[in-house]
Design a protein around this ligand. Sequence first.
Ligand code: ZN
Length: 160
Amino acid sequence: MKQPPQLSQAQARMAHGALTRDGFLGTDSRNLVEILQDDDGRVRRLGLSHADLAAALQRLTDAALAHLGAPVVIDDRFEVRSVEAMGRMPCPFGHPGLFVKAEVHGRRLDTGETLVWTPLSVHLIGAHGFYQGRGSPYRLDPEQLAGFLGMEGKGPEDVT
Ligand SMILES: [Zn+2]
C-alpha cells in the first residue's frame, strides 16, 4: 500500500534506535499507513474515537504525574502510578514540543487488569490515531485499552 511521504518520514523516526532504543513499531512489518487504518477501523467498530480514548487516558496520566511516583486512586476504580525517567522526547510525527519520559502503570482495582503507557502514548493516540506497532513495548490494543478504561460497551452493537 502506498503511503504519503510524511508518513514514511515518521515511520523512519519510529525505527529501533532512531528516537528511542525500542522504537514504536515492534515486530510489525506493515507500513505505517496500514497500521493507522487498521486501528482506526477497530476504534470505529468500538463506537469510539481516538479523542475519546486519549481524553480518558490523559486524565489518568495527569493524575499519576501530579503525584510524583506515589500511587493514586481515581473513581474508586483505577490505581495509577508514574515511573519517571530522565529527560524528554519528541513526537515521531515531527510535531514541535517534547514529552516527559515516564511510564504510567495503571491497574483496575475491580478486575486486576494492568496497563502500562507513556505520556507520549496519549499524544500519539489523540493527535495521530497511532497505537504503536504490534510487539512494541507500549503498543495499546484499541479493544484492550477500551476495556481497561471501561469504555468498551459504549458503542453500537450492530456495526457491520
Ligand atoms: Zn505528534
